[in-house]
Design a protein around this ligand. Structure first.
Ligand code: PLP
Length: 462
């Protein structure tokens, strides 16, 4: 059955809603959560706006899922995809064949990430692939160098790195996220992370918190024995973890620890890569060079599934001579898919030509200033934080105790519904709103969003 048939019969909306959970096991959802509140079924996207099957237009404050960085309906990307589809829809990059789009895209990415000394690119389809491959290649790197005992990974509480087993083991999202899939993999150690709203010890300044966290990290490294640790993986700014922005010293100190103990530093840039924080990469904002970077989402502006693990010269160099461990036994049917890579080339062209990192930095700073005014105006808006066009708004029952609204409380979803009905699409995760709009956002869009939020907090009863 075609969507068009329903539209012409006027049945689209109700039929789609009723059937939306019937045959599809929905990702990242408790399957009964839709029972009361039907999902919004989005039909169209144009610029920073989406429209659902009922004709409700909304400003997309989620950027798809932090990925539609160039906005919807970009003819440059659509044209590149169409052209590639007509010329060559598929070509494997396994031994014996390759395609022009993937070769060109690797050149372009290495050029963009020259400052980070990136010299090799390994493709996947999702951020989880990029992370999983980063973990595999980090272990392999040490084996090639004859140091097979370096196999452990250190990661941060609150970190989110995707859903493959390695990604989950490295993630620190809490037990509800892992419980049904345990046991996790061996060799993953998680340590405490930066929290700007509820610091590890109440009253610590951000710099004091950094010092404490680095001390704890160093003690864990020594406890594990540095000779056993392959890599430390972290996001430049934790996305799913709630966008607590650490002081710049944090990442520099992480780099120093990795250097001191000969540990690879993996930056998970799946959200932050290609402009979201106001810099081309999150790590560039911290003036730190990682050894491996994981990219996804914005790499193709979400138009096609595409991700990449980027290797710095130091790491890539290990594969320059043949050893018993040199075989890269990783890769997928769609590694370097030409259509995805063509989309990536066009999307990154836009990022560069329109200087989207700069726009994200400027509009993001304005957004943070304007939206932060809601804290003083409304008693349930506890905290707003972020950098560039990635922000988090946290709702609390009590500003003094910082007690968040619980899962049983409908207030956050009532606010969310009000915003939706008034033309603003937000991502609600429990008592938090994740704000990550396209990087083409303007101050006019910001004003629209803040006005709707303001009126939601004034109108919706607790
Ligand atoms: N890493 C980070 C930092 C992410 O935020 C995500 C997804 O949101 C992933 C990895 C996994 O990406 P994907 O969902 O494309 O597999």
């Amino acid at each position: 059955m075609q969507g068009g048939e329903f539209k012409s019969s006027g049945m689209a909306s109700s039929w789609l809603k009723e059937h939306s959970t019937r045959r599809t096991l929905r990702p990242m959802s408790a399957q009964d959560e839709m029972a009361g509140d039907m999902p919004t079924i989005v039909e169209k996207g144009d610029g920073v706006y989406i429209t659902d099957v009922d004709g409700q237009a909304m400003i997309d404050c989620v950027g798809g899922l932090w990925c539609v960085n160039a906005g919807y309906g970009r003819e440059e990307i659509i044209g590149a995809i169409n052209k590639q589809l007509r010329e060559l829809a598929y070509c494997s990059t396994f031994p014996g064949s390759a395609n022009a789009a993937s070769i060109e895209l690797s050149e372009k990415i290495c050029e963009i990430a020259k400052e980070e000394s990136i010299t090799k690119v390994f493709y996947g389809s999702n951020g989880s692939d990029a992370v999983e491959n980063a973990l595999k290649l980090a272990r392999q790197y040490w084996k090639i160098l004859g140091r097979a005992e370096k196999y452990k990974f250190i990661s941060l509480r609150g970190g989110y790195h995707g859903t493959h087993f390695g990604c989950m083991a490295a993630s620190g999202m809490g037990s509800a996220f892992r419980r049904s899939y345990e046991p996790m993999l061996n060799g993953f150690i998680s340590v405490e992370t930066f929290d700007s709203y509820r610091p590890l010890i109440k009253g610590l300044t951000p710099e004091e918190q950094v010092d404490l966290l680095i001390t704890l990290m160093e003690r864990e490294i020594e406890h594990q024995s540095p000779e056993t640790i392959a890599a430390l993986i972290a996001e430049p700014i934790q996305g799913g973890g709630g966008m607590h922005v650490p002081p710049a010293s944090y990442w520099r100190k992480l780099r120093e620890l990795c250097d001191r103990y000969d540990i690879l530093l993996i930056a998970d840039e799946v959200v932050t890569g290609f402009g979201r924080t106001g810099h081309m990469f999150g790590v560039r904002g911290w003036q730190v060079k990682p050894d491996i970077m994981c990219c996804g989402k914005g790499i193709s502006s979400g138009y096609t599934p595409l991700s990449a693990t980027l290797l710095s010269e130091r790491v890539a160099e290990a594969w320059s001579s043949q050893t018993e461990h040199s075989l890269v036994a990783a890769g997928y049917t769609h590694s370097g898919n030409p259509v995805s890579c063509a989309a990536g080339l066009a999307a990154l062209d836009i990022v560069q030509k329109e200087n989207l990192p700069k726009n994200a930095g400027e509009v993001g700073a304005y957004f943070l200033t304007e939206i932060s005014k809601l804290i003083d105006k409304h008693e349930t808006v506890g905290d707003i934080r972020g950098r560039g066009l990635m922000m988090c708004l946290e709702m609390v029952k009590d500003k003094d105790t910082k007690e968040p609204f619980g899962d049983e409380d409908t207030y956050p979803s009532d606010i969310s519904r009000f915003c939706r009905e008034n033309g603003v699409w937000l991502r609600q995760v429990g008592h938090k709103f994740i704000i990550s709009p396209p990087l083409t956002f303007t101050t006019k869009h910001v004003d629209e969003v803040v006005a709707v939020l303001d009126s939601a907090y004034s109108s919706v009863k607790r």
